[in-house]
Design a protein around this ligand. Structure first.
Ligand SMILES: [Cu+2]
Length: 124
């Protein structure tokens, strides 16, 4: 009986100690909003990219890349404000289609990435 009890306690502890698997999506943040917004058409070139997440991202693991008709556009150091990341655009933006690629991590440290696009309308 004592042995059986010990075995069940060990089994219960093993369940509690089971590591959280990396595919547990509930632990992972997702992009909830951006500025410019996904698939938006803007009349003037933005001066920054803003990304809002479902939970606080890790700044030191965050990267933002902006690519346009003439290739990559230079962005400055990312600034964090709680669940929001902001990357200033320091390069020149001509009218055309742009893609934002972002990389960050939620609290468990697993990298999460995504892309979205927007268009800068030619001036009339
Ligand atoms: Cu994870």
């Amino acid at each position: 009986m004592k042995l059986l009890l010990t075995a069940s306690v060990v089994a219960a502890l093993a369940l509690v100690a089971l590591p959280q698997r990396g595919d547990s999506a509930a632990l992972h943040l997702r992009l909830t909003k951006s500025a410019p917004a996904d698939s938006s058409v803007v009349a003037t070139a933005p001066t920054e990219i803003k990304l809002w997440y479902s939970q606080k991202p890790q700044l030191r693991l965050s990267r933002v890349t902006l690519t346009g008709p003439s290739g990559e556009v230079t962005t400055g150091a990312i600034v964090q404000d709680s669940v929001m990341l902001r990357a200033p655009i320091t390069g020149t933006m001509t009218p055309g289609a742009y893609t934002v690629s972002w990389l960050t991590a939620s609290s468990d440290g697993h990298p999460i990435r995504g892309t979205f696009g927007f268009t800068v309308k030619p001036s009339e």
